[in-house]
Write a protein that binds this ligand. Sequence first.
Ligand SMILES: O=c1[nH]cnc2c1ncn2[C@H]1C[C@H](O)[C@@H](CO)O1
Ligand SMILES: [Zn+2]
Length: 365
Amino acid sequence: MAEPTALTTAQIRSVPKVLLHDHLDGGLRPATILELADEVGHALPADDAASLGRWFTESADSGSLPRYLETFDHTVAVMQRADHLRRVARECVEDLAADGVVYAEVRYAPEQHLAAGLTLDEVVRAVQDGIDEGTGTVAAGGGRAVVVRQLLTAMRHAARSREIAELAVAHRDAGVVGFDIAGAEAGYPSTRHLDAFEHMKRSNAHFTIHAGEAFGLPSIWEALQWCGADRLGHGVRLIDDIEVLDDGEVRLGRLASYVRDRRVPLELCPHSNVQTGAAASIAEHPIGLLARLKFRVTVNTDNRLMSGTSMTREMQALVEAFGWGLEDLRWVTVNAMKSAFVHFDQRLAIIEDVVKPAYAEALRG
Ligand SMILES: O=c1[nH]cnc2c1ncn2[C@H]1C[C@H](O)[C@@H](CO)O1
Ligand SMILES: [Zn+2]
């Protein structure tokens, strides 16, 4: 697809990026975790920011999704008070803007933030207050504006998905643009949550489903054909339905064909997939082939803390592994913006007024 380039980290950071799959509880600053844990009396596995950051990336590097997910105990523990949720959300917006992100959908599971007595509505409002504050700080700093929206996640193993879907719809005019399910995939099929998805559809609302990460094609098939997901969280195992023959000919199975024909957006998260064992390495990550085959590929961080990553780092890795250039980065960015859950006119405005002019300028050098 692309001729080899030598894009620098600074160049990649400076171009506009769009992020559809980023967990709020997977992106805290280690220094903030230390401060908040001290306030609430939560014991942490390390006592300085650098060691704590290392602990998260090393523990998440387990090759297993369930073990990867255990690390969230320490972030969720410090996100139980309204002021703490507000701070984490504000810092998230600031960090994304500093990474050159112009539009992001940030997700978390409200049901995991009720331990100190907040209601589900209070959780969503506290996060929104933080997003508004962060957006304001970024605007005041004079940099490029960032638009951040919430996705509300329900945990697959729990039984609150219908309630969370209703919560997402109730807050649709107050910063929430969609719904998701996450958590351990094997053993917890998406079809357990059909009533939640039906509620979203009946409300003309959008949702994505984590599928095809720790479990393969049946999970992707269910997410699309039983649940009606608008996008796939990861979807990386779609590669199991694609055959590359010795002469280079590529054959798509029926599910892979459907996904490509219908332009189903794939929220791919390269470093996270390597950590959970869904891909062996970045160089062997299916994103290279999926992009070549023109699937609706998007690039995402998943959990910036657990993967020690950023949009710039994810893109840099793809530039190095697959020789991607600015045209490829623009392509995944436009793909992501087209697949966003905000209204069409807002998507178009960001593509036309922000993404395209900045890439045109970067391409002129
Ligand atoms: O990559 C993931 N797969 C499945 N679940 C995930 C992933 N990353 C984070 N989560 C879970 C852990 C969080 O506590 C929850 C809500 O953000 O979503
Ligand atoms: Zn995720």
